[in-house]
Design a protein around this ligand. Structure first.
Ligand code: ADP
Ligand code: TRP
Length: 329
């Protein structure tokens, strides 16, 4: 059976982009694959969270995973920092990851541009840690959003290089996954670009309905179509893209027809979109608080997840250590 694995950095609450690009696929995959889902708390360290934030953010993402429908009976659900085998593989992979290829990564260049005063080595080797996450369980499929494509390409390069150097096919080459279609990119409501935590344009899974309505009503639009069948501008296309994800097809068609005939009122479209988002997120929001506050449950889930994840990772590391030539006296 093929192995699926994915994680999300714990830097705060999850937004609709994280859900559509990643978590929704986690939930759908868990019946048919051997699944590992984790909270990437080591990856969150590149931005130096306080100890309180570090732990609090792991708890948020854990509760959001569970509220979204990840079932710890079906999937191995764990916290990255509780599986030390990942770090051992990270160190070993670093020895064959080259400065040039890491410096060329788009996400790295982007981070350097945005935060020139915090270009730490962890940021540079972020894709190596991510590859270690994936390879330590020999995963085949990795459900992620479009922005992670290049990281997956690096994970494949590291896997191939390792297999070639040690002459055994230890690691499968992992592929980014989204149910046979293009990887998803959920836009923001601010006119251009993707929805993201650092972009400050997130519609969060556990936002109060009032907050969702307010954010959607203030989305950027334009002056309206001036001739029939015009191609929508980027901000308006973004609203349609989000609507495609959360509204029923009839509703989307209704507003598309209105757009084509220049009779659309963006205020009406936004009201509908806000209600559809609120409804779409309601089941997650309803379960979230109870799970978030249930210490005993979170303790049990992470303990079981850690044990299963370590067993799988340790089996890989025994083989990797043997191939490197480590052996006891
Ligand atoms: P953020 O951009 O909010 O910091 P992350 O980089 O931590 O989010 O991404 C976590 C997961 O969510 C990744 O799989 C990523 O591809 C996905 N993701 C993030 N933003 C979007 C988006 N706008 N559309 C689709 N997927 C997204
Ligand atoms: N880099 C991913 C993100 O920013 C998080 C991540 C870390 C991940 N390790 C991973 C995703 C392994 C998939 C597989 O969201």
């Amino acid at each position: 059976m093929e192995t699926v694995l994915s994680g999300i950095r714990s830097t705060g609450n999850l937004h609709l982009g994280n859900y559509m690009g990643a978590v929704r696929n986690f939930v759908r995959l868990q019946d048919d694959y051997r699944c590992f889902f984790f909270i990437a708390d080591y990856h969150s360290l590149t931005t130096h969270p306080t100890p309180e934030d570090l732990h609090g953010n792991v708890r948020k993402v854990l509760a959001e995973y569970l509220a979204s429908g990840i079932d710890p009976e079906k999937s191995v659900l764990y916290v990255q920092s509780e599986v030390p085998e990942v770090i051992e593989l990270y160190l070993l992979l670093n020895m064959n990851a080259y400065l040039g290829e890491l410096e060329r990564t788009v996400t790295f260049k982007e981070k350097v541009r945005k935060n020139p005063n915090n270009v730490n080595a962890g940021l540079l080797t972020y894709p190596v840690l991510m590859a270690a996450d994936i390879l330590v369980h020999r995963a085949n499929k990795v459900p992620v959003g479009k922005d992670q494509e290049q990281h997956l390409e690096l994970a494949r390069i590291f896997a191939r290089r390792f297999n070639h150097m040690y002459g055994e096919k230890v690691f499968p080459e992992p592929e980014a996954f989204n149910f046979g279609r293009e990887l998803v990119k959920v836009p923001g409501l601010d006119g251009t670009g993707k929805m993201g935590k650092s972009e400050g344009n997130g519609l969060f899974l556990v936002d109060d309905p009032k907050v969702i309505r307010k954010k959607v009503m203030s989305a950027v639009t334009d002056a309206g179509p001036t001739e029939p069948n015009q191609t929508p501008s980027e901000p308006v296309q973004n609203l349609f893209t989000i609507m495609d994800l959360v509204s029923d097809p009839g509703t989307v068609q209704f507003f598309r027809d209105q757009y084509s005939t220049c009779s659309i009122r963006y205020g009406d479209m936004k009201k509908q979109l806000a209600e559809d988002i609120v409804q779409f997120l309601a089941p997650i929001r309803e379960r979230y608080d109870e799970i978030y506050n249930d210490d005993a449950y979170l303790h049990r889930v992470t303990k079981e997840g850690r044990e299963k994840a370590r067993e799988s990772a340790a089996a890989t590391m025994r083989e990797v250590r043997r191939l490197f030539g480590f052996k006891p006296f």
